[in-house]
Every structure is written in C-alpha cells, then in structure tokens.
Design a protein around this ligand. Structure first.
Ligand SMILES: O=C(O)CCC(=O)C(=O)O
Length: 250
C-alpha cells in the first residue's frame, strides 16, 4: 500500500494494516532478539516489566513492558522504517515511547478488554498511534484484534477498572452495537496493524489449546502531543492500585 493510501485509510477508519511490513532477515532478527530477551533478561526483571497469567508457570508469560532497556529494542525506537511509517500517518515528526510484547498463551483465559489507548496516555491533541506487529498467525480462534472503524473520531468513552493485568481500564458501557460494528483483523507474522490512540479495540481470549498469539508493539507520539498531567496521574494511581490488589510488585 502506498504511504498516501495508508494515511487516507488511517484517517478514515482509525487503523490501517500493512501486510508484510517485516519479512525475511528483519523479521527473523526481531524474533531472535525477543527470544534472547525472554531467555536472558526476563528472569532478572522486576515484576512490573513482565506480566504472567500465573507467575509460577513461566510458559504463561503474557506481556513485556519497557523492552527498550535492552540495546536492540532501544535502537529499534529510531529505526527509519518504523519511524517514517508512524510520521507519515501522524502527519508530523514523532518518537517512540517504548517497546512492548504481548502474548495470549494457549490454555489461558485472557481477553483484552475494549479500550482506547489514549485513555491511558492522556494526550491532546491525540496524535499518538500504536504499531502492533503480528509474530504468529492470528485469527478468531487465538484472539485477533478487533477494531471499531471510525471510533477515533468520536472521542474517549467512559472507562472503569478491570481485572486484566496490563489493561487496567476498559470501556464500561461496551454493548451489542459495539460488538456488531467490530472489524476482526486476521494477520500473518510480519503484518503490522496500526491504530490511532482514540480507536476502540479489544481481543477475545485465545481459545486454541496449542497456538500462541504473540505480537510486538511500539507507541509513537507526535511532537504536538501534550499530556494532561492530572488525568495521567489519576490513571497511573488507578493502575498502581490494581497492581497492589493483584499482588504485583513494582
Ligand atoms: O495484544 C492485545 O491483545 C492488545 C494490544 C493493545 O491493546 C494495544 O497494543 O493497544
């Protein structure tokens, strides 16, 4: 897809899918470094940087935050391919906040609640986007992302506390009309899903007993973004309260 077409689709729907964004050596290098990070770095991380469905079972690792503490991922934040793609869609110069990894391991009950990322980030103007790269085949069975097209144009919906570690707030009045409007996005390894910070999205649990549903994500914020610090502090306090309740140390 041309950069112009990608921007037109992103502006219209609040998301765009770039098929085969990473292929060959580039995809293999990312996969290798994620494997290395999980094997060598994760065992030494504080609890807040690595979330498990069940900490006693390492195979249930489901989320990695702040991966930019590792030089490979720090460098990826300024990689021209990722950065220029984000800047084209945002329409201004932008920088990456950090790198994250998400999984829905098989055999875990782990849906992603409906939410808008910018409810967490608190940016105005909302010139922020999330780039979510599939690392496995992703479909309805293993919990693909589901977007509501055009929802980025309708503001932030009310959110309330959830019991999902890593997604502490979800849309509180998500209903049948929302479910009916969802676009389910199936993906292959290397496909990139990009969504606007105000786009509503969610994912079901992984219903497969054998397949993982892994992804690598980076959030880019445009230079014009200003944080509403009071709202952001309220969000951080609520996320910390959830972590305390769920027994996750900082
Ligand atoms: O991987 C998921 O299920 C959720 C990811 C997500 O919500 C995000 O990257 O904004």
């Amino acid at each position: 897809m041309s950069p112009q077409d990608a921007k037109a689709e992103y502006d219209d729907k609040g998301f765009v899918v770039l098929r085969g964004f990473l292929t060959g050596d580039r995809l293999a290098r990312l996969q290798e470094n994620i494997g290395r990070y999980i094997a060598e770095i994760v065992p030494r991380l504080p609890e807040g940087d690595a979330f498990y469905e069940d900490r006693a079972r390492p195979e249930t690792l489901k989320q990695l935050n702040r991966m930019q503490q590792d030089p490979f991922f720090a460098e990826l934040k300024t990689d021209p391919l990722w950065k220029s793609t984000a800047e084209n869609l945002l329409g201004e110069s932008a920088f990456a906040q950090g790198a994250e990894w998400f999984n829905k391991p098989p055999g875990t009950e782990h849906p992603t609640p409906a939410h808008q990322d910018n409810f967490y980030f608190c940016f105005a103007p909302p010139r922020v986007l999330t780039m979510w790269l599939a690392l496995d085949d992703v479909d309805a069975e293993n919990g693909c992302l589901r977007y509501i097209p055009g929802s980025h144009l309708r503001g932030i919906r009310p959110h309330s506390r959830t019991k999902t570690l890593g997604f502490s707030q979800g849309i509180s009045d998500y209903g049948p009309d929302d479910h009916a409007a969802e676009a389910a996005i199936f993906a292959r390894p290397g496909d990139l899903l990009i969504h606007h910070g105000d786009t509503i999205h969610r994912a079901d649990a992984n219903r497969s007993s054998t397949r993982h549903r892994r992804s690598f994500a980076m959030v880019f914020q445009g230079e014009s973004c200003q944080r509403d610090e009071a709202a952001f502090q309220r969000y951080l306090q609520s996320a910390s309260a959830q972590h305390r309740e769920m027994g996750v140390a900082k």
